[in-house]
Design a protein around this ligand. Structure first.
Ligand code: ZN
Length: 203
C-alpha cells in the first residue's frame, strides 16, 4: 500500500508557515514503513530538533481506480479516520530552501499515525466534519473539513490522475492551523467529531 499526503490544504495553515496558497494540491508520499505500529510510542528521531504534529483527516481507498471523476470519487472509499503527519520541520525547512524533495522530513519511520477507521455513513456530510488534536488534554489543533481548499472527492480525483489508487491506500488530506513541536512524554489524542480514534505517547 501507499500513503499519499496533501500539503497546504487549509488557508490558515498555509499562512502560519508563510507559504503561498497553492493553485493545485501539493502532493507527496510516505512509504508503508512510515506507519507507526498500533500501541507503539512515537520516538522522536535523532536527526531532528523540531518534530511537529499535523492532525489530518485520512481516507482509506476501498476500490482500484485511475482518472476518477470527482462525482464518482465517493465510490472509492468507505472509511475515514484521523491521523498525524509527523514532520521534521527543521529538516523540511532546509530541504525547502534548497528546492529538494521532502521525504527525509516527512516519510521517516513512525511519521504516519493512523487512527481507527470508522464508516463514513455515520456522518451526514463529509464537508462539515470537525476534528481535533489534544496534547496532554489541551486542544492544540481543531479543524473543520469545510475549510479545505480541496475536499475529499476533489483530492481523490486529483491524485488518481497521477497514481492508480489501490485497495488499502491511505490519503492524508492536509492539516489545519496549529502545528507545533512535540516533546518526550507528550500524549497525543485524535478526535473525529466526538470519537477518539487514536492515543499515542511521545518518547
Ligand atoms: Zn501534513
Amino acid at each position: 500500500m501507499k500513503i499519499i499526503c496533501i500539503g497546504r490544504n487549509y488557508t490558515e495553515h498555509v499562512h502560519e508557515l508563510q507559504n503561498e496558497t497553492p493553485t493545485a494540491p501539493v502532493v507527496f508520499m510516505k512509504p508503508d514503513s512510515a506507519i507507526l505500529l498500533k500501541q507503539h510510542p512515537f520516538v522522536i528521531p535523532e536527526f531532528s530538533e523540531d518534530i511537529h504534529h499535523e492532525l489530518e483527516i485520512i481516507v482509506k481507498i476501498s476500490k482500484v481506480g485511475k482518472y476518477i471523476e470527482p462525482k464518482f470519487a465517493h465510490k472509492y472509499f468507505e472509511e475515514i479516520s484521523v491521523g498525524i503527519d509527523f514532520t521534521a520541520r527543521d529538516l523540511q525547512a532546509q530541504l525547502k530552501a534548497k528546492g529538494l524533495p521532502w521525504e527525509k522530513a516527512k516519510a521517516f519511520d513512525g511519521s504516519a499515525v493512523i487512527g481507527d477507521f470508522v464508516s463514513k455513513t455515520q456522518f451526514d456530510s463529509l464537508d462539515a466534519l470537525t476534528f481535533e488534536l489534544k496534547k496532554n488534554n489541551q486542544t492544540v489543533q481543531k479543524g473543520n473539513t469545510s475549510q479545505m481548499l480541496w475536499n475529499i472527492e476533489a483530492l481523490i480525483s486529483y491524485v488518481s490522475t497521477y497514481f492508480t489508487l489501490k485497495i488499502g491506500d491511505i490519503i492524508f488530506t492536509g492539516t489545519p492551523a496549529g502545528v507545533a513541536a512535540v516533546q518526550p512524554e507528550d500524549v497525543l489524542e485524535g478526535f473525529l467529531e466526538e470519537q477518539k480514534l487514536f492515543r499515542i505517547q511521545v518518547k
